[in-house]
Structures are given as C-alpha cells and as structure tokens.
Design a protein around this ligand. Structure first.
Ligand SMILES: *[C@@H]1O[C@H](CO)[C@@H](O)[C@H](O)[C@H]1NC(C)=O
Ligand SMILES: *[C@@H]1O[C@H](CO)[C@@H](O)[C@H](O)[C@H]1NC(C)=O
Length: 355
C-alpha cells in the first residue's frame, strides 16, 4: 500500500514538473501568440526566390546579397542546393541574379545561413562571409565579390571547435568576425533535446587568424548578430529570451554586456541602418507554428525596428506583420532608402515601400 502511495505521489510530482516544463516551453516558443496583419504598401515578391532568403545584407550602393536554400534541422527542407543572389535595390526590376561561384568550391553541399559583408577600406574590395552547413556541419566561407560577371571567388573555409553551431556572423576584418552559436551541443540527438529545454547555454565567439575565444555567453539560442555603424557595440538576438542584447566591444574584442532590450517576439537576424543606426529585425511570431509546420495554419512574419537603442528609452516599432498567408517565417529585414526587403527561412522574399 505504502509503495503505491509513494509511486502515485512520484507520478503526480513528475506530471506537475512535466506540465510546468511544457508551460515554460510554450512561453519560450510564444506558442499561443497570434498577430493580425499589418501590411505595407506595394509589396512584391522577388523573382527567382522560392527556397528561402534566410539572410540579406545591403551595401551602401544598394546592392543586396541574399542567402537562399537553407536546410536546417526541424524546419521544412529546401530541395534546391544553396545559392547566393544579388539584387540591385535601386534598379527598376526587382530581379535577383544568382551569383556564380568559383569552381574551387563545392556547390552540391552548399547550405548557406547567416551572411555578412566586409568592405576593405584600403581598396574597397567586398568580402562576403557565409555561414555554411555542409552535411549539417558548421563552417565559415569567405568569398571575394567580383562585379564583372557577377561572381564570388572562394578564398577560404574556416573551421574551429569553438565555431561548432554557427548561426550568424558579423565581419570586422578581412579574416575576422564575431559569430553566434545557436546550440551548446554538437551531437544531433542532444541538439534536439536542447531545442526542447532551451537553456541559456549558447555563446558568441570572436575569430581572427591569431586568436579565437568565447566573448559572451548565457543566451537562450543566440541567433542574429550585427554591429553599430561606429563598430563599438555588438547586438545579439537572444531569440528564445525574446530580447536583443547590447554589448560593448573592447579593444581586445572582448564584449561587456550593456543592456537587454525586450522585444516580445522571436527575433532572428539583425540588420543595422548605416545612416541612422536603427536595428531592423526579422522575427518569428510563434515558434510552435514554425517547427510544427502546417501549411493550413502557417507560421507568420513580423518586422520590428528599434530606434535609439543605446538611449534610456529605445523606440520599438512593429513595422510589418503577416499571418503567414502572404509571407511565412520571416528571418531578416533590411532597408535601403524607402525600400524594405523581408527575407524568410524557407519561403519567398518581399520588397515593400516603407511609406
Ligand atoms: C519554469 O520556469 C521557472 C521560471 O523561469 C523556473 O523557475 C522553473 O524551474 C522552470 N520549471 C521547469 C520544470 O523547467
Ligand atoms: C532575458 O531578457 C530579459 C529582458 O530583456 C533580461 O532582463 C534578461 O537578462 C535576459 N536573460 C538572459 C538569460 O539573457
């Protein structure tokens, strides 16, 4: 009899714990969040982009790089190999062209994720950094962009044990960058467990040819990363904490936390307007809908802008939302003048007018 009581109590306790865990998880996933539509004028889908546009970054001259074809565990797969597109946002026809990639690079296994551009101040050479997951591994590719023939010349692959689950990068030199790891474990089974537990175990790594080090940690799945125009602050999307972390970059490239800005959404990539310093975030409304993908109840899209992030009162504005019937799973938002590009993990990309 006694044993049965103890057993029942144990089961009850376990159920409470499991229930609490599920409740915690649904809070982290914003599993019950629904948002209405708040559209922008003149949105058109970019031609040629059907298999995602996970990350987008726009140069000062209006040329946008777009990474497409990401395969990420747990999300709808792309049956096309990865590609990098280039779009002239100033141009009359919004038609991205696929950049040719030099022959020394394995295109078959190309699985591009976060991207970042570094323009060398000494000769204006444009370097494109791409997080790549061939066979679900993790490495960084550095390409040189060549305008004639719209191509990318592959220069280097960077692998390092600290760069084990890279999601996004922000380049700070010809061969140096900050990177986010979105998992703590490298083993696939443990990774799956991790996405259910969502512990604050992930980090930011600084990489240069001379030094590689963890410079910040304690993130609930560190996601997008970018830098202020004066290069003194680093911004990290702490996606399952529904916040953006602001860090100060020291001389030795260590980072010290400045503040955490709650955004109430699951923000993915961060783009920074080079003129205003505003942050533009592509966010997920509800992670349950993203992971348990159902085309009849699709995951939506949300774009958030943060102005004056370093001030005491940052202004957070929801600029665009869609319930998923126009655009599913937005992961990035980038502005050029009055144009806003919105990219997605596995769906299309839109170009909208801000006014
Ligand atoms: C649920 O979240 C609360 C507050 O964040 C935490 O104290 C608690 O340990 C969590 N419970 C479980 C079972 O993870
Ligand atoms: C989560 O976000 C809140 C609000 O922005 C912040 O106070 C807290 O430090 C963050 N937690 C972690 C682990 O980053």
């Amino acid at each position: 009899m006694g044993k049965l009581v103890i057993f029942s109590v144990a089961i009850a306790a376990f159920s409470v714990l499991l229930g609490e865990r599920l409740l915690n998880m649904s809070k982290r996933y914003l599993a019950f969040r629904e948002v209405g539509n708040q559209h922008l004028p003149n949105c058109v889908a970019l031609k040629n982009i059907e298999h995602g546009s996970e990350d987008i970054t726009i140069l000062g001259n209006g040329l946008a790089f777009i990474s497409s074809g990401l395969n990420y565990p747990g999300l709808p797969p792309s049956d096309e190999p990865g590609k990098i597109f280039l779009l002239d946002v100033k141009g009359p026809q919004l038609k991205p062209v696929e950049l040719r990639i030099s022959r020394n690079f394995d295109l078959e296994s190309f699985n591009p994720h976060g991207i970042s551009v570094f323009t060398d101040p000494s000769d204006d050479t444009v370097y494109l950094f791409v997080v790549n997951h061939p066979q679900f591994g993790s490495q960084i590719e550095i390409f040189k962009y060549v305008e004639e023939g719209a191509s990318l010349v592959h220069l280097k692959t960077i692998k390092h044990e600290l760069l084990h689950s890279v999601n996004d990068i922000t380049a700070v030199g010809v061969e140096s960058f900050f990177a986010t790891n979105d998992h703590y474990f490298s083993n696939n089974l443990l990774k799956t467990l991790e996405i259910l537990l969502l512990m604050p175990w992930t980090n930011v790594v600084y990489y240069s040819p001379n030094e590689v080090k963890v410079v910040s940690e304690g993130y609930h799945f560190a996601n997008g990363i970018n830098m202020s125009p004066d290069q003194r602050h680093i911004y990290v999307a702490n996606i399952f904490n529904h916040s953006v972390e602001v860090l100060e970059r020291k001389e030795d490239n260590t980072l010290t936390p400045v503040k955490s800005v709650p955004v109430g959404s699951l923000c993915d990539n961060i783009e920074v307007d080079s003129e205003t310093g505003d942050l533009w975030l592509g966010c997920h409304i509800n992670a349950k809908k993203l992971f348990l993908f159902d085309p009849k109840d699709p995951p939506g899209s949300e774009v958030i802008r943060i102005q004056n992030i370093l001030s005491d009162q940052p202004v957070i504005t929801q600029v665009y939302t869609d319930d998923g019937h126009v655009l599913m799973g937005s992961s990035v938002a980038a502005v050029y003048g009055e144009k806003l590009l919105i990219g997605t993990v596995f769906h299309k990309a839109l170009c909208c007018d801000l006014k």
